[in-house]
Design a protein around this ligand. Structure first.
Ligand SMILES: Nc1nc2c(ncn2[C@@H]2O[C@H](COP(=O)(O)OP(=O)(O)OP(=O)(O)O)[C@@H](O)[C@H]2O)c(=O)[nH]1
Ligand SMILES: [Mg+2]
Length: 175
């Protein structure tokens, strides 16, 4: 089973990205944001997982699992990552310190990424461009890590598909 994990901070667009490309109405566990999630700037947040799937040209089904962004649900991250073949890391460029988010998620998923592979999608660059793609590349280089890196809009199916296909391509190249 081809299973891909979408992760990243709250509001990065994991739920949106999965619903953009899923062939079936995605299963979502979103609830209304409560007051202590006030910086969320959105109405709902994922508390357990997202799930959807799409089918490749060769008929293979790719299962899409999204993690909750909030750290208090981080026990779900390991559970959801089990059996995954690769990671899509989404980062919200409009958050205060997206480069710190990058480091946090690369560290949190270090073992998983080492065993599989990862691609990075930067969302909401239209909302804020205080950090550039070059800034992300420099941060990755300083960590001796190279991953495909794209600016994406999680609401655009094509953007999300490019990301997923890039991930499948690097995984194939590693085999
Ligand atoms: N302006 C803009 N909005 C975007 C872009 N990508 C996603 N969004 C919006 O950003 C929000 C992302 O929300 P979610 O998809 O719920 O984020 P999430 O990562 O699932 O968040 P949690 O489940 O709370 O961790 C949605 O309102 C999207 O419509 C983008 O590139 N530009
Ligand atoms: Mg979500």
């Amino acid at each position: 089973m081809e299973k891909i994990i979408f992760t990243g901070p709250m509001g990065a667009g994991k739920t949106t990205a999965i619903s953009s490309i899923s062939e079936v109405p995605p299963i979502s566990t979103d609830v209304r944001c409560s007051d202590n999630e006030g910086q969320a700037r959105k109405e709902t947040t994922t508390v357990a997982m997202d799930y959807g799937y799409f089918t490749l040209d060769d008929g293979q089904r790719v299962h899409l699992y999204g993690t909750p962004g909030q750290q208090r649900f981080d026990y779900m991250w390991t559970i959801l990552a089990q059996g995954g073949i690769g990671l899509v890391l989404l980062l919200d460029n409009a958050r205060p310190d997206p480069l710190a988010d990058l480091e946090f998620y690369l560290d949190s998923f270090k073992d998983f990424i080492n065993q599989t592979g990862a691609v990075i999608g930067i969302t909401r660059m239209d909302v804020s461009n205080h950090v550039s793609l070059d800034d992300y590349r420099n941060k990755l280089m300083s960590r001796n890590q190279i991953f495909p890196l794209f600016e994406i809009d999680a609401r655009q199916a094509n953007d999300v598909k490019i990301l997923v296909h890039a991930l499948l391509a690097i995984l194939q190249a590693q085999m």
